[in-house]
Design a protein around this ligand. Sequence first.
Ligand SMILES: [Zn+2]
Length: 324
Amino acid sequence: MRDLAALPKAHLHVHLESTVRADTVAELADHHGVDVPRGAAAYGDFAQFAAHNGAVRDCLRRAEDFSRIAYEFCAEEAAQGTRYAEVTFTAAAHGERLRDPDMPLEAVLAGLAAGQAAHGIECRVIVDHPRKRSVARLRESVRLAVTHPEVVAVGTAGMEDYPLAPFAAVFREAKEAGVGLVHHAGEQCGADSVAEAVTLGLADRIGHGFRALDDPDVVALLRDRAVPLEVCPSSNVLLGLVESVSSHPLPLLMRAGLTVTLSTDIPASTGATLTSEYQLLRDELGFDDDLIARIATNAADASFAPETTKASLRQDIATWRAGS
Ligand SMILES: [Zn+2]
């Protein structure tokens, strides 16, 4: 049995605010006097999940808070054999809340720089935009991306039935400025949301996207345009979107010829790590190491990493596969 922690991994879909260690949340909550529900995360519904996330967000106020969680993210990921990560951060929302547009992102970048140096991992940032927020806010996210080379993409999250059309011009501007686009779609809503993310949203990758399977035309669209999916089984099960990992449509997506990558999305809530997520492929879906190596390679290929990083990941995944 090859060691999945030793598999060189790229992690493409993980929300920084949903990676904060429980003891860090407790410490920051005490410091700032925030009431955060303690203990194991169990959510009756999406609203409870959102309320918990809101309380964690409220614990992030000073530059040192943001730097700390970014640094700790690097430590946790490196321990899981993640070699390269694109971490999603709702930078403009924090900037607006704290009335300091650049501080939260710059503090995160400082924490990531220190964490990368200490833990030998390479990180980039995706700035995300809740769909219900204004076009001006999305434009602010794009500004943050354009002015910080460590930010590789901008993406939308939140209610997938909220239309992307109002943002279309900003997506085009982002693309022209060389900023990647990565949207959540096909998670809460159906295949139409995936098609919208590709056509109007100009998506380079789709967050989740598994509900594309409901419509063969949308599957064909993803395949023709070679748009990879960031599949996050434990998150889908926790949020009640899929009944169990063993019944997750991930194998069907692969069989349909789509490019599947694997991520954790909300690890502090699910308790999953990227290694345990790969372990589920082996234990619950019966994947052999060829398939596991293929998914790991897909993630390297689908990333916004420099070509040298991609090449080294590909080679090291092949070395892992060739070992015993
Ligand atoms: Zn997500």
